[in-house]
Unconditional design. Structure first.
Length: 213
């Protein structure tokens, strides 16, 4: 057999394999019907119904020694490490008829809390609320004049969520009583803050508490 004959034979053999097996199995193309009889076209159909994983799996931290006694590496944005356990408190906030209060948590940037508040025994619309934050007076020069960032506002009898401080300062809740008669807002909160306190309280526009920030 000459070299030319061998090349022609190899090409014909490769073409036969392509037509009889590869095309039916990979693409569902079966001009001879052999692929269907061998069950190869079913393989192609199954492959097309499964979306391929296109992501790249890789570690997003630097190399480390897995035999070390302590691995002290974390990724900002995924884990924010703290030096102490988180706080958990239940705070009952009494608001007089026609009353309004502001309760703030003093937090570092990137610290987080989860919270739920509800108006106990609500009989009407509950409260008008405004969840917002602003820097401390000592840091005010680093921000635009009268800078304040709003996170949520509206009316209701409850709200639940999580919050991460975008900047260091005072972050928390303003509540205005829109029920008839005095109410109590119960705030259940867990997370990280330096301290918290009532910053403002007024009844019928008479200011009773007005703390400096």
């Amino acid at each position: 057999m000459t070299l030319t004959t061998k090349l022609i034979a190899a090409a014909l053999g490769g073409g036969a394999v392509l037509v009889l097996t590869v095309l039916p199995a990979e693409y569902g193309i079966d001009p001879t019907g052999v692929g269907s009889k061998l069950g190869l076209t079913a393989m192609a159909q199954e492959a097309t119904t499964q979306a391929p994983f296109e992501g790249v799996l890789e570690f997003n931290i630097g190399e480390y020694d897995p035999t070390a006694d302590l691995i002290d590496t974390s990724v900002q944005g995924l884990i924010h490490r703290e030096n102490a356990p988180f706080h958990t408190e239940v705070i009952d906030i009494m608001i007089e008829d026609f009353g309004e209060i502001e309760h703030k948590f003093i937090m570092e940037a990137d610290t987080t809390f989860v919270y739920s508040w509800e108006v106990l025994d609500a009989e009407g619309d509950g409260v008008y609320y405004d969840f917002h934050g602003h820097p401390a007076s000592a840091d005010a020069a680093d921000y635009p004049e009268d800078f304040e960032m709003a996170y949520a506002k509206g009316e209701g009898t409850s709200q639940h969520g999580s919050f991460t401080a975008p900047f260091p300062g005072y972050h928390g809740f303003y509540f205005m009583n829109i029920e008839e008669g005095p109410i109590t807002v119960r705030l259940t909160i867990s997370g990280y803050w330096n301290e918290h306190k009532e910053m403002y309280r007024a009844v019928k526009d008479e200011v009773l508490v007005n703390e400096e920030f």
